[in-house]
Design a protein around this ligand. Structure first.
Ligand code: GLN
Length: 547
């Protein structure tokens, strides 16, 4: 039977609740417990799959094909536990389940209400798979007081009430603002936030307080007194130089001990933090530096490519170098020659994306990398653009393009070397799609196997010829161009097991030019950097040493 930790936030958003939850998960693991993390989001979208990255940051994809919140990426990166569809739920999903049941007649003629029908649905969701782990950590998105969040707060209150005493613990994150004029950390917003929580029946057991400065004894006592927690349960969460310091930092501040005390687990098993000490050592003591240009569309918002930024950091850790990234808007290369922008970089990465804007610029970036022998990693759209570049500039198909930007029948601008995939095989069943399908949840999503060519660069990098990676795309490189492109040196070195869908391409005579149809960044961990990112940075480091 799992113990539950409910994590809520107050005062302001973006306090790093996801990170605190993930770090707590890692610390409980370090003490020998098994964990699963779960995110409950109050917004009304059924899932974040249809939200713009500008709006919501990256969409994180799970093995079982769910499009989820980027916090699930943090959870995986810190615990190594592969998230599932059931680890992310929004109000939209909850309401849509309830309404579906209502239409089916499952409620036997009852009036459907937030309490109990919506709250019951939330409680059922929270408990899924509880028998598998020691701890289930559930983070509630948003901040206390949000209208949308109320059913979730009410559901966790009921949940804890219905469970045996001591099975649920509440952790609340707040902010202690620093007022420069008076030279003080202010506790009032935290007091108000806890008051708000208590007014809806929730009493936090542990308070995590973000602050720029250490919390003086006086303020700590004041928070404990006014918020009705023990002094040891007021945990300081100082700003960190690297997120990967979080498990060690939270342990130093006593977070895991406070949580175990709240569950009355005594004596608490001793933690083994060696994994995180090694991670911190690699982060804080690099022996060099490489510069990577990321040529993409959503460059204003770093969260839009969160997992890529993290995977690059992990690749740096594997090579003991610091990876400096610069985000370049692909559209610039539609006006300007990319050379002056890209010449100073050791490697170029073109990430995934949707829509035509910026794609001609990405094609030019791929061309620059190919011609100048600069390491290039193309991910999803970044692979498709590299194939189009090869088709146009090497294989002589001057009008090569993607069907994604050219769907008007009869008015084609391009020869579609990348086409809209309408059917494919997932495991043992066939999936079919039509152009007028809904946008939500209809892409090729989740983990798929691929087979790598024996003598390819990627087989060497992975150390195997069978891999499984996560996908999120509608379009696919057309295998009918394989022969033509391979003759020019662009090898289709990874294919779907049925041999129909190109999964990886690589230039034979280039030091490091690889395009992948999937998203390797989603599976990279600080303590287990993804082989493609580790080797990409190794190649970048060699470039760096040649100049
Ligand atoms: N837009 C492209 C497709 O749907 C690429 C998607 C991606 O990069 N994730 O195939």
């Amino acid at each position: 039977m799992a113990r539950f930790v409910f994590i809520t936030g107050g005062v302001v958003s973006s306090l790093g609740k996801g990170l605190a939850s993930a770090a707590l998960g890692a610390l409980l693991q370090a003490r020998g417990f098994s964990v699963r993390l779960r995110k409950l989001d109050p917004y009304l979208n059924v899932d974040p799959g249809t939200m713009s990255p500008f709006e919501h940051g990256e969409v994180f994809v799970t093995d079982d094909g769910a499009e989820t919140d980027l916090d699930l990426g943090h959870y995986e990166r810190f615990t190594g536990v592969a998230a599932r569809k059931t680890d992310s739920v929004s109000s939209g999903r909850i309401y849509s389940n309830v309404l579906e049941k209502e239409r089916r007649g499952d409620y036997l003629g009852k009036t459907i209400q937030v309490i109990p029908h919506v709250t019951d649905e939330i409680k059922d969701w929270i408990a899924i798979g509880e028998e598998e782990v020691d701890f289930m950590l559930c983070e509630i998105g948003g901040t206390v007081g949000d209208i949308e969040g109320l059913p979730f707060f009410e559901a966790i209150r009921q949940f804890a009430q219905e469970r045996p005493r001591g099975q649920c613990v509440f952790m609340h994150l707040t902010l202690l603002p620093w007022i420069a004029a008076s030279g003080e950390l202010k506790t009032k917003p935290t007091q108000h936030s806890v008051k708000e929580l208590r007014s809806i029946g929730l009493a936090p057991d542990v308070l995590v307080c973000r602050s720029e400065r250490p919390i003086p004894e006086k303020e700590r006592s004041k928070i404990a007194l006014f918020c009705n927690v023990r002094k040891e349960d007021v945990i300081a969460a100082p700003d960190l130089k690297s997120i990967y310091e979080a498990p060690l930092a939270y342990h130093r501040e006593g977070l895991d001990q406070a949580i175990l005390d709240a569950f009355a687990i005594s004596p608490a098993p001793k933690p083994d933090l060696s994994k995180w000490e090694d991670v911190a050592d690699r982060i804080f003591h690099p022996e060099g530096e490489v510069k990577v240009a990321i040529v993409g569309k959503y460059t204003q918002l770093e969260d839009a490519y969160k997992s890529i930024a993290e995977a690059l950091t992990h690749g740096g850790m594997a090579n003991r170098v610091q990876v400096k990234t610069e985000w370049i808007d692909a559209e610039i290369f539609e006006r300007d020659d990319p050379a002056p922008y890209l010449e100073g970089f050791d490697a170029i990465l073109v990430p995934g994306g949707f829509g035509e804007r910026g794609t001609e610029g990405k094609i030019r970036a791929a061309q620059f990398a190919r011609e100048r022998n600069v390491p290039y990693l193309g991910i999803c759209l970044g692979m498709q653009m590299a194939v189009i570049e090869a088709a146009r500039n090497v294989a002589g198909l001057a009008d090569a393009g993607s069907e994604e930007f050219d769907h008007e029948a009869g008015k084609r601008r391009f020869t579609p070397v990348v086409y809209h995939l309408k059917e494919w095989v997932q495991g043992s069943h066939k999936v079919e799609r039509r152009p007028d399908d809904d946008k939500g949840g209809t892409m090729r999503l989740g983990a798929y196997r691929a087979v790598l060519a024996e003598d390819s660069k990627v087989a060497k990098i992975y150390g195997t010829t069978e891999i499984e990676e996560r996908h999120r795309h509608r379009y696919e490189v057309d295998n009918r161009y394989r022969e033509k492109l391979e003759k020019c040196g662009l090898i289709f070195s990874g294919m779907s097991p049925d041999g129909r869908l190109p999964e990886i391409v690589e230039w034979k005579d280039h030091p490091w030019f690889i395009g992948v149809q999937f998203h390797p960044e989603l599976k990279s961990k600080p303590f287990a950097p993804h082989p493609l990112f580790a080797d990409f940075i190794r190649a970048a480091k060699e470039m760096n040493w040649l100049v």
